[in-house]
Design a protein around this ligand. Structure first.
Ligand SMILES: [Zn+2]
Ligand SMILES: [Zn+2]
Length: 265
């Protein structure tokens, strides 16, 4: 299967980008040459007032200006002729299972809302587990995932089951504490509540994480989930992760028929 969509792209509007070349026009130019059919721009949109990264006063929410800019981008792409379909959405946030930074109204306003449920590296804003063992993190990750899936505020669950933060170097050890049945039940809920599951190129670029994600994604396919592709690029230099996604799909048995209809092919 050829990847011809990228539904997770950060421009320079995202504070973690730092690449002045990361613009919609540049992304379109580069990917149109490679035969892409559609992309979706998904800059971060945080709604809470805390510092996003500890000790970084420049990264302090809320970001009403960001939403304003995202909506301006949406208006701009709707009135511009591009050689492919260009959509505008956002990547929002799960602060805790009881506090998700999105609403059904926001979902209506944007083309695609990505809901990550595992940004645990943002320790100043994301609830950390009481139990810091591998098993404790496994439970925490599943609780966030199921809460995000049931919230319905996102179209796509972005890069699920990634133990970012404390154990980011030991994803296998964390995910091994979650059984096939637990994954199947959680992914069935995600599917039942109409969430697509993202295949994230940034995560697949880490060989250890890539290998650890094969089991949950193989189970996701069995649970009937539909998938989207997202490079999670924050700059123009990382628009090169699509072959990783193609190989990962082959490994997990994911085919064209398993792709979400949200992706314009
Ligand atoms: Zn993310
Ligand atoms: Zn992202």
């Amino acid at each position: 299967m050829k990847v011809v969509n990228d539904y997770h792209m950060h421009t320079k509007l995202s504070p973690c980008s730092g690449d002045p070349e990361a613009t919609i026009a540049n992304f379109v130019r580069i990917l149109a040459e490679r035969g892409f059919k559609s992309i979706c721009i998904t800059d971060h949109y945080w709604t809470r007032p805390e510092n996003i990264l500890e000790n970084n006063p420049d990264l302090k929410g809320p970001f009403p200006e960001t939403l304003k800019q995202i909506l301006e981008n949406k208006k701009m792409v709707e009135s511009t002729e591009f050689p492919m379909k260009v959509l505008v959405g956002a990547e929002i946030e799960t602060y805790s299972p009881d506090c998700i930074g999105g609403t059904l109204e926001l979902k209506e306003m944007l083309d695609v809302v990505l809901l990550p449920t595992d940004h645990f590296h943002l320790t100043s804003i994301i609830q950390q587990p009481d139990d810091h063992s591998f098993a404790g993190w496994g439970k925490h990750i599943m609780k966030f995932f199921i809460a995000g899936a049931k919230s319905r505020v996102g179209h796509v669950l972005a890069h699920p089951f990634v133990p970012m933060g404390e154990h980011h170097e030991a994803p296998r050890e964390v995910l091994d504490t979650i059984s096939d049945a637990e994954f199947f039940d959680a992914l069935s809920i995600a599917n039942e509540y109409d969430n697509a599951i993202e295949i994230n190129g940034g995560c697949l670029a880490d060989p250890v994480l890539n290998e650890a994600l094969v089991r949950p994604y193989t189970i996701a396919k069995k649970a009937g989930c539909k998938f989207t592709f997202g490079s999670d690029t924050h700059r123009v230099s990382t628009l090169d992760r699509y072959d990783l996604m193609e190989r990962f799909c082959d490994t997990c048995g994911i085919t064209e028929d398993d792709l979400s209809s949200i992706m314009i092919r």
